[in-house]
Design a protein around this ligand. Sequence first.
Ligand code: PHE
Length: 448
Amino acid sequence: MTESDRSSFGSRFGVIVAMVGSAVGLGNIWRFPYMVGENGGAAFILIYLAFSFLISLPVFCAEFVIGRRGRSNAVGAFRKLAPGSKWYLGGFLSIIAVFLILSFYSVVGGWGIKYLVDSVALKFSAGAAGTDFGASFAAFSTGKVAPLVYMLIFVLVTAAVVVLGVQKGIERFSKWMMPLLFVLILVLVVRSAFLPGAGAGYSYLFRPDFSKITSETLIAALGQSFFSMSLGMGAIIIYGSYVKRSDNILNHSLITVSLDTVFALLAACAIMPAVFSFGVQPNQGPGLVFVTLPYIFTNMPLGSLVAVFFFISLLLAAVSSAISLVEVMVSFLIEECRCSRKLAVGISIATQAIFGTLCSLSLMPDSPLKVGGLTLFDLFDKISSDYVLTIGALLIVLFVGWKIKKANFMDEMTSGGTIRIPKWIALVIFWIIKVVAPLAILTILIFS
Ligand code: PHE
C-alpha cells in the first residue's frame, strides 16, 4: 500500500473523535470501577492518575509517532522504521493482545446488549425495585446459551462497522455517542450522590489507605491505564498511521488521555456510592457495574428511560473501542498477509466468536475452562492488561527512545518544525520515553 492509498481521516476533529472513541469504552465504565473495587479504592485511583499522566501520556505520544512515521500496521511500522532488525517481531505481540482482549471484550459487550434489551423491556423500572440484581446477573452471565448469543451480536455489529472502512465507518459512528454518554453518566453521578449512605462510597473513592498498596496494585493500575487508553498493542499505531502530517500529536494525545481519565473517574463516582448504598460487594469483580447500575435505575425518576439511553451509548462506546482492536488485526492481515478486507474481517469474526465463546463458557459453575483456579475470562482479562499491554508499551518506548532517536521524535512532535510546541515539553516527554518509562515499567513488571 502506498501512502496515497492509505485512507486517512477526513478532518482533525475526526481523528480526535476516533482516538477518544477507541480509548473510552468498557475499560472506563465496566473495568475501571471494578478494578477500583478490587484494589482498595482511593489509593488505587491516585496511583492510576499518576501513571496515566506520567507514563501513559508519553507512551501515547510514542505510539502515535511510530504510527504516523511508519504509516502502517504494528508489524509493518516497526519493519519500515527499523529495516533489517528484529523489532517487527514485537508487532506480533499486538496480535496476541487483540486475541486476548477481544475475547472477553465481546462477552462484556454482549452483556451490555442483554442489559439494553432488559431496559427496553422495563426490567429496571421502579416496579422492579426489590429484585436481587446480583443473583439475576450471576444467573445470566454463567448461562450456557444467552450470553453467547448476545456476544455474537456484538461481534457482528463491530464487524459491520469495520467493513464500511475507516473514514465512513468510524468517524460517522463515534461523533454522537461521546457527548450523550457523558451527559448520562453525569446524571447517574448526581443520582448516586443523593442515595442514602452514599458518603461511604465517597470516602472509599477519595480517602486513600496507602497500606492497601502492594506490587499487585501497581501493575493493576498501570495495566488498567494502558488498557483504558488503548495503549501497548498497536491501536494507536494504526490510528496514527491515518493521521495527516500537519496534525499536532501532543495535542491529540493530551485530549485523548484527559477525556479518557474524566470518563473513568465519573464512572467510578456514579458506581461506588451506589455500591455502598445498596450493600453490593465492591470487590466482586467483573460483575460490579452490571449488578450496581440496575439498583440506581430502579431508584430514580425516569430510570427506565435513562437506562435505555445509557446502555445504547455504552454500547456505542464499546463498539468504537472494539473497532480499533479489530482494525489492528484486519490491517495486519491486509498489509502483511495480503488478505482482502472482507476475508480479513471474516477471520477476525471467527476468532472473536470462538475465543469469546470459550471465555463466556468458562464462567459456568462447573466449567473445566480454568487455569490455576482462574476462569479463562479472568485469565485473559488479567494477563492482557497486566502483562501483554505492559510489555507492548515497554517495547514501544524502547523503540522510540533508542531506535527512532531524538531528532526524528522532535520532528514528528513538531510536524517538521511547523507546529510550535514548547521545546522543553517535547524534551521532557522524550526523556520519559527514553529513560523513565522503561525503568518504571520494568521495575513494576519485575516486582509483580
Ligand atoms: N480502551 C478501550 C476501552 O477502554 C479498550 C481497548 C484496549 C481498545 C486496547 C483498543 C486497544 O474500553
